[in-house]
Each structure stands twice: as structure tokens, then as C-alpha cells.
Design a protein around this ligand. Structure first.
Ligand SMILES: [Zn+2]
Length: 277
């Protein structure tokens, strides 16, 4: 049994505000070890539950946050960015039986600690076939295309609630309770690690690949906080303006859908100037 862990940072233990997740800041240095503790607990739990292989895919920002030297020695880690499937890179290898979303968070424009979808501020909403979409929901549709179930989700309580929509069967572990976008009641790493390890052990039983059912077409709508970002993103083929601050595109598969989303976010973030952004 092989497990893929997609590890994002905003939903990690102790993380509540931008400096905690911004590479290079002293706060980020401190929070890296709590983030690593969450991921390590999941690795250990999956091995407790019978996994033979656990691959950790870094999914936050520069994708260079986790402390490899502090992970259980049985784990392997995919570090660095520019990957075909970004946050769920590795699922396309065809040998993954279950995926875990560790450190996930609520989507743009909704309540939740550091809630966003890809871009921290510039995207105010994403919808997939009319349903408001978090990164978890988008990535769940990507992995479903490969017949791989999402078996574990960790993050704040709102991220866990969000996961009820896209992975009802998955085990959920709330490492903190949302108070505002920049505040949460946090549990200690010792406590969250114990909870994540126990949940991952149980979740291993859900890691059973299935015959995928084509779910497309997928229409993705994106709303920005400024008009010029919608305009800029229409350089991506297939992306059309649907409103003053909105664009949409339709893809036959989520493989294409998530890659086009990546192109849209890359173009939009390049169009942001330092002031008047
Ligand atoms: Zn994220």
C-alpha cells in the first residue's frame, strides 16, 4: 500500500497568520517544525496501519518548508516546485492507493484560518461546476480521476467541515479551531500529533484504489479582487471573461482543469504591481 501525503502549511498546527507561512521569516522557521510534526505523525500513522510506502509531496508556496531530517526515516519527500500536478503531484504515477491532505485550509472568500485558494488575496472565489471550491475540493477531483480516494484531511475545524463535502469518508483531524482569518484556538503539537497518527492508522484501511469514472466536463469560474487580473488571465487559451472581475473555462478532464487553473493563477499573480495591485 502506497500513500501520498499532500502537505500544505496554512492548516498546520499553530499556524494562524501570514508570517507563519511566509518563507524566510523567523515565524516561518518556528512553524516549520510544527508543520513537520503534523506530517511526521501522518507518516507514522499510515505505517502503523499497514502502509508499505509513504511519499510526502510538499504543496506550500515554494514547496520547500518541511524539515526532511525530522521525518520518520521510512518516508520519502518530493521537495520543490514546478510539478505537473502541483499539490497532488505523484498521484499520476499509478501506484498510489490513498491520498492525505495534511495542513489544508478553507477556500477563498470563505471563513477559515488563512482561507484562500492558491493566491493569498487576489482570488476572492473559485467555483467548480457551480460549487464553491477550496484547494481540497479541486485536488480531490484530480485524484478521483486516478481512482485514488482521499483518506485523511487535517487543518482547522473549517477545513475539516469543508472536507465533508468532497471526501465524506475520510478521517478528519482539526488541529485548531477557527476564530477569525488570523486567529485560532490552537492545540499543542504533542496533542495534534497523537490525533493525526491515530487517524492516519485508521485511514489506511480506506486506501483502496478504484476504477475511475470520468467526471467531466469541468467548468471552473474564478473571481478576482481587481478587474485587471481578470483581463490578464484571458491570455490563457480557453479562459473567457464572464464578468468585470470574473473568468471561466471548461476542461474535459481535471488534469487539464488544474493545469489551466495553475496557468491562470500564475498569470494573475504576475499582473499584480506592488501598489495599486
Ligand atoms: Zn493552500
Amino acid at each position: 500500500m502506497k500513500i501520498l501525503i499532500s502537505a500544505d502549511m496554512e492548516g498546520a498546527t499553530g499556524v494562524t497568520w501570514p508570517a507563519d507561512v511566509l518563507p524566510g521569516t523567523p515565524q516561518w522557521e518556528r512553524c516549520r517544525s510544527m508543520f513537520t510534526s503534523d506530517v511526521d505523525a501522518a507518516v507514522r500513522g499510515f505505517y502503523d496501519g499497514g502502509a508499505d510506502e509513504v511519499l510526502v509531496n510538499e504543496a506550500h508556496w515554494t514547496m520547500r518548508n518541511l524539515l526532511l531530517e525530522d521525518l520518520d526515516e521510512r518516508a520519502q519527500m518530493l521537495t520543490g516546485r514546478h510539478k505537473a500536478l502541483s499539490m497532488v503531484e505523484g498521484v499520476q504515477y499509478g501506484d498510489v492507493d490513498g491520498v492525505a491532505f495534511v495542513g489544508y485550509h478553507a477556500g477563498a472568500g470563505t471563513e477559515g484560518v488563512l482561507a484562500h485558494t492558491y493566491l493569498a488575496n487576489q482570488i476572492t472565489g473559485v467555483w467548480l461546476n457551480g460549487v464553491r471550491a477550496s484547494e481540497g475540493l479541486l485536488n480531490a477531483h484530480v485524484v478521483a480521476e486516478y481512482g485514488v480516494p482521499v483518506v485523511l484531511v487535517t487543518g482547522d475545524d473549517v477545513a475539516c467541515e469543508d472536507a465533508l463535502g468532497y471526501a465524506p469518508e475520510a478521517l478528519k483531524v482539526a488541529v485548531k479551531d477557527h476564530v477569525s482569518r488570523y486567529a485560532a484556538v490552537c492545540r499543542t503539537p504533542a496533542r495534534t500529533a497523537a490525533g493525526i497518527r491515530a487517524a492516519a492508522k485508521e485511514a489506511a484501511a480506506l486506501a483502496v484504489r478504484y476504477e475511475p469514472v470520468p467526471g467531466g466536463p469541468f467548468t471552473v469560474a474564478v473571481e478576482f479582487d481587481a478587474e485587471h487580473l481578470a483581463a490578464a488571465s484571458t491570455v490563457v487559451p480557453g479562459v473567457e471573461r464572464t464578468g468585470e472581475r470574473k473568468v471561466a473555462y471548461t476542461s474535459g478532464t481535471m488534469y487539464e482543469g488544474i493545469r489551466t487553473f495553475k496557468a491562470v493563477t500564475t498569470i494573475a499573480s504576475a499582473a499584480v504591481e506592488e501598489t495599486y495591485g
